[in-house]
Design a binder for this molecule. Structure first.
Ligand SMILES: [Zn+2]
Length: 209
């Protein structure tokens, strides 16, 4: 099963991707996480990506396409995969079509203000990588990691200013993907305002139909 997950930042893509990965036994490919790993490792690629991402922008097509192409050929993608964070533009979607035939594309839709509120509430542990959200997954002690006791931090691109910019970028560059995949008849649109379990159910119903 080869899937793409579309949604603005904080629409709930990561949460749903994790559930679909478990349900179908497929690989989760988050281009954002892959890039952040490169940044953390301090690779050349990471350095290129870092400045762009900190400002809420997008890394170049060439760079991201090369990363995805390599990634989907790895062993854990044999049963399929779910792409999260790629493609972000119709140009990227066209490139992806040359690489692989997708089965379905899932679009999680939610209002801007809700996404912004969720996004700025996210917290990450810089030591162990655990993630929290002040709205629906708070740490037991505010600002402290449950797992390792380290002070939690906010990702640079989860501030209100960068968040607004990322959401706007989504509307300008990524929303056309909804029409692109809709025309191909492989789009499943779900309401991101439903409870998390309901969203999962709606997606799986759509995929199994
Ligand atoms: Zn921790």
């Amino acid at each position: 099963m080869k899937l793409v997950l579309i949604g603005a930042p904080a629409a709930g893509k990561g949460t749903q991707a994790a559930r679909l990965v478990k349900h179908y036994g497929i690989a989760h490919i988050s281009t954002g996480d892959m890039l952040r790993e490169e940044v953390a490792k301090g690779t050349e690629l990471g350095k290129q990506a870092q400045s762009v991402m900190a400002a809420g922008g997008l890394v170049s097509d060439e760079l991201i396409i090369a990363i995805v192409k390599e990634r989907i050929q790895q062993d854990d993608c044999k049963n399929g995969f779910i792409l999260d964070g790629f493609p972000r533009t119709v140009v990227q979607a066209e490139k992806l079509e040359e690489m692989v035939k997708l089965d379905k594309v899932v679009y999680i839709n939610a209002p801007d203000e809700v996404m912004l509120e969720r996004l700025t509430a996210r917290q990450t542990c810089p030591k162990c990588g655990a993630t929290y959200n002040k709205l629906f997954l708070p740490s037991k002690v505010e600002g402290v990691c449950d797992v390792c006791g380290t002070a939690l931090t906010q990702r640079k691109d989860d501030t209100e200013e960068a968040g607004r910019k990322r959401i706007q970028t989504f509307h300008e560059q990524s929303e056309p993907l909804v029409g692109f995949y809709g025309e191909k008849g492989i789009l499943i649109e779900v309401d991101g305002m439903m409870p998390i379990d309901e969203i999962t159910k709606a997606i799986i119903n759509g995929l199994d139909a």
